[in-house]
Design a binder for this molecule. Sequence first.
Ligand SMILES: Nc1ncnc2c1ncn2[C@@H]1O[C@H](COP(=O)(O)OP(=O)(O)OP(=O)(O)O)[C@@H](O)[C@H]1O
Ligand SMILES: [Mg+2]
Length: 333
Amino acid sequence: MKVALTYNLKKKDPTKPADYFSECDSEETVNSILSALRNKGHSVEAVDVEYPTLFSYFKKNRVDMVFNIAEGKHGRFRESEVPAVLDYLNIPYTGSDTFSLALALNKALTKKILKAENIPTPNFQLFIKGDEELSSELNFPLIVKPNCEGSAKGINKANVVTNKDDLLAKVKECIGIYKQEVLVEEFIEGKELTVGILENGKTSILPILEIDFSSCKNSGEYFYSWRMKEYQGNMDMGLVPTFHCPARLDKETEEKVKDAALRTHRAVGCLDISRTDIRLDKFNVPYVLEINPLPGLDPKESNFPIMAYAAGMGYDDLIEAILINASERKRLN
Ligand SMILES: Nc1ncnc2c1ncn2[C@@H]1O[C@H](COP(=O)(O)OP(=O)(O)OP(=O)(O)O)[C@@H](O)[C@H]1O
Ligand SMILES: [Mg+2]
């Protein structure tokens, strides 16, 4: 197949905030996907998404499929930018469509759908101006998060608050920095889990990944904060969490977690691949935090490939499965 890989590359720019490029992909990830596709016999071109050259690129270069990992650039529909151009030009691409990508990036809207589907998700309130009255239905500790970000941007340990004053200060700070509404939700203290779903002809739920932060105690970090994600693996900083895949769960809990992830994937309308982040409470209820239709695909660092390896799948086979599932969908249309 003739394939184009669309991505936004992480860049070094000291004039930008430290987390500015956190959602973007590293050269390592881009090169790994390129070589996986080439190893599988495809001819691939790498397209670092720069606007408006994207449009003219695809006008000039017809491809059979686009392998899309681009996170986009501007605003709350950024993950839909590349799919929207491709939809317009009628070029098929891997992964979720324009609509589902925009939906999943909006945490509060996704949570409303989860609630309607009876999928447990932490109780929440959206703060638009920052001076709203806190709902009496929410119990501390609460966590404050920008509503439309990924890669834990804007989520640090100081975002977990135990009283109203700290909450309102953090909400205002977060609105000021990220220029968007802020999600406040109950902090679920239990195990951190993430669930990969891969549609490779059939829908496969990969072995659940448990991320255990107890080995990071000395760093002061105790959940998947921005700092934990950005510096994961840095021994000097003490940021080396322990991965258990499959997660250490009893059979009943495992089934409940997988069911919550599958129902979330379907409710949001994800295609080919997704990763659902979940926290277990003390009664083993799986609370869905969010779903990622563009999960990181770094062969060494990212959660999704770790789950694929635990299922016995190599990196090249994972990339090929995503491409083939998307191209079968194209054939059926
Ligand atoms: N309600 C919560 N209860 C407990 N921990 C939470 C909660 N919300 C977020 N967290 C912690 O913060 C991390 C990041 O939150 P979340 O997954 O919502 O952000 P994100 O930026 O979309 O993440 P990603 O990097 O997966 O795109 C979670 O993995 C978890 O460790
Ligand atoms: Mg997450």
